[in-house]
Write a new protein. Structure first.
Length: 288
């Protein structure tokens, strides 16, 4: 399969391109050079991208302005890059006969819908109605709408709502992996599955690490998260103690990936316990 990947020099796009090169022909496109970027181009350059799309079987669109750009970029720039350019890319993909378009969206667009209600963590499935809280959320949701519109005109599309996968301090990575984080390698797996599976004309999937919790835990997670974590993973107390880390006192949301597991065949392997299996050599008390 020949696959165009936008944003191929970025953290997510690069991981996707690297995974795909094992089985597919990848055309990486980015504003910046990268190991798997074959073409330097702006995603807003419709003519250039339309030529690159020709002959491709699938398009994976990760290029976007993100939360860190909020301080430096205007709302108009966010709309131009995240919405208008996506719409033109969808049109070019449809005209080129692309078989599958995968859009890299974000769990951030749930926005204020993730505020705890009545003292319980929010169980975040794809049925939760988004309530965007900033221009980033608004434009990612609008791009999903553009994908839905393109699907009505015959282009098969999938939106993957990816949770937090930044490079950040290890304690945060570990805590977030319980309920709102994901490893970039699992993100890449989900994107590969999305170009290979028949998901119908359009669908949306959360992509995150599988939480060890159940929906009935939501009230206790908000009130006393540590006790629930220790019930699920009793060994966590010793692991956190030897690193001088604190267990979270409250968890406000849980990203649910049951739909991706059932619909995509998503099998994330980098869950919370895997961090401690893989990172057995992490420093202890000196590392905060």
């Amino acid at each position: 399969m020949k696959v165009l990947v936008t944003g191929s020099s970025g953290r997510i796009g690069g991981a996707i391109a690297a995974r795909l090169t094992l089985r597919h022909q990848v055309v990486g496109v980015d504003l910046l050079p990268g190991a798997l970027t074959a073409e330097i181009a702006d995603v807003r350059d419709t003519v250039r991208l339309a030529a690159l799309i020709h002959g491709c079987d699938a398009v994976i669109h990760t290029a976007s302005l993100h939360v860190p750009d909020l301080a430096a970029r205007s709302s108009e720039e966010f709309r131009a890059v995240n919405v208008a350019a996506t719409a033109r890319l969808l049109q070019a993909s449809g005209e080129a006969g692309v078989g599958q378009f995968v859009y890299t969206s974000t769990t951030s667009l749930y926005g204020d819908a993730m505020l705890p209600d009545a003292g319980a963590a929010v169980w975040v499935t794809e049925d939760l109605v988004p309530q965007p809280r900033d221009i980033y959320d608004e434009t990612k949701l609008a791009a999903e709408s553009a994908c839905r519109d393109a699907a009505r005109h015959g282009l098969r599309c999938v939106s993957l709502r990816v949770s937090r996968c930044f490079e950040e301090e290890r304690q945060l990575v570990a805590v977030y992996r319980l309920y709102r984080g994901v490893d970039v390698e699992d993100v890449a797996q989900a994107h590969e599955l999305a170009i290979e599976q028949d998901c119908g004309t359009y669908d949306v999937f959360n992509v995150s690490a599988p939480p060890p919790f159940a929906q009935e835990d939501c009230r206790r997670l908000f009130e006393d998260a540590a006790s629930v974590i220790l019930e699920r993973h009793p060994w966590t107390a010793a692991e956190f103690e030897r690193r001088a880390w604190l267990l979270p006192r409250s968890i406000d949301r849980v990203y649910v990936v049951d739909k991706a597991i059932a619909g995509l065949g998503y099998r994330p392997v980098h869950d919370f316990p895997s961090l401690f299996r893989r990172q057995a050599g992490w420093p202890s008390a000196q590392e905060k």
